[in-house]
Design a protein around this ligand. Structure first.
Ligand code: UD1
Length: 374
């Protein structure tokens, strides 16, 4: 029996971890046990607790309660807390997800103790080192024993950085697994926050958009004009930091154009995507979910890690440029994205678990699902 520690801390990680926990429960209880460590990076119920109950994820055995802080302070507190746990209880491997400060802290603490690190969503690159997530991704990949790449672009990025095919596994994307599994619980049209008088979903949470008044103002002005032009409201679930900045910068969200809401649960979010005609976001996860649900997406960033979606004509990069945002909505308004074929077959969690089990089994010669050749 292999004992792994799953380290999570931020909203998108609870969602990704749900796919693995679910697959363990369904298929691998004889060979793997999982404990969950929550760093406490996200702590509001609508940013954290609601995902555990809604997605039926096992409750964390450990919660470090680290909370918010500067990048250094937050990551350092996590590193210390995770190391203490890894020293007090034996784990055969550590599983980390994505690119947050919790990901990096978990990977670094484990690697320094010579515990194998398994990185889900490896190989993503924006090539923008000003993003804290880019630093987290690169460093986490370089501590990892196995790198689970969701796309072939991610596989290629890793090869270019010198990783070998014994380290890289093209697993596909656990978020696609989730859409297939939990998507059955989504019925549309569905009562979503504020009723039905909206057909556009928008979210903004990246620090480079929220903490710069000119950029945040541009994005909100674009949303305002779009709502006016199409005669519809915009459902706008607000991240806690975005809410603070809107107040601080004294920006207006007229109720005639915006349906402001608290951060949505996973099922509410899928429901909102499926009920929307178009999605505007700076979130990586939401870009993918829109694509998987067949909705076009305007990406409020200068670049994206999910280049496949742009190449498929299902998303347009606009940065925080008001004119480009308005033009992109016009271009995509009647677009139906093609079926997603670049993100695996919906069985990423199984591939990840098979490979972890195989790697941790003494005498095994390695992996069942080496990255496919391209
Ligand atoms: C983090 C991740 C980002 C991910 C996002 C998902 C890093 C560097 N960034 O960004 O990659 O896309 O999570 O949401 O790890 N806050 C609350 N309550 C909470 C959580 C946060 O009020 O439960 C507020 C605090 O003011 C905090 C701010 O939001 O300072 C930012 O939170 P933080 O965890 O630092 O980063 P996110 O922007 O959420």
């Amino acid at each position: 029996m292999h004992k792994i520690l799953t380290i999570v801390g931020a909203r998108p990680q609870f969602i990704k971890a749900a796919a693995i926990s679910h697959a363990i429960k369904e298929k691998y209880t004889d060979s793997i046990t999982e404990d969950i460590l929550h760093t406490g990076q996200h702590y509001d119920d609508n940013m954290s607790g609601q995902f555990f109950s809604e997605l039926n994820i096992p409750l964390p055995k450990y919660n470090l309660g680290v909370g918010s802080g500067s990048h250094g302070a937050q990551t350092a507190a996590m590193l210390k807390g995770i190391e203490d746990i890894l020293l007090s209880e034996h784990y055969d491997g550590v599983l980390v997800y994505g690119d947050t400060n919790s990901t990096l802290a978990g990977a670094l603490a484990a690697a320094k103790l010579h515990i194998p690190v398994f990185h889900v969503e490896a190989g993503l690159r924006s090539f923008n080192r000003a993003m804290p997530e880019e630093i987290n991704r690169v460093l986490t990949d370089h501590t990892a024993t196995l790198l689970f790449a969701p796309t072939q672009t991610a596989v290629q990025n890793l090869r270019k950085e010198g990783f070998t095919d014994r380290q890289i596994v093209f697993s596909g994307d656990v978020m696609l697994d989730n859409i297939i599994y939990y998507g059955r619980r989504v019925t549309t049209p569905h009562p979503t926050p504020g009723g039905t008088a909206w057909s556009i979903l928008a979210t903004v949470h990246r620090d480079f958009n929220t903490d710069n008044p000119a950029r945040l103002k541009n994005i909100l002005s674009a949303l305002n004009s779009i709502a006016e032009h199409y005669g519809t409201k915009i459902l706008f679930p607000v991240h806690p930091r975005t809410r603070k900045r809107i107040q601080e910068f004294n920006l207006q969200l007229p109720s005639s154009n915006f349906q402001v809401a608290e951060p949505l649960s996973y099922i509410e979010s899928l429901t909102a995507i499926k009920s929307a005609k178009i999605v505007l976001t700076d979130s990586g996860g939401l870009q993918k979910e829109a694509f998987f649900c067949g909705r076009p997406c305007v990406v409020l960033r200068p670049e994206t890690e999910w280049v496949e979606i742009v190449e498929a004509g299902a998303a347009i990069l606009t940065d925080a440029d008001c004119g480009r945002i308005v033009a992109a909505v016009e271009k995509l308004w009647d677009t139906t994205p093609p079926s997603p074929t670049q993100f695996g077959d919906g069985h990423a969690a199984e591939k990840i678990l098979e490979n972890i089990i195989s790697t941790l089994t003494p005498g095994s010669d390695g992996f069942h699902f080496i990255s496919s050749s391209i």
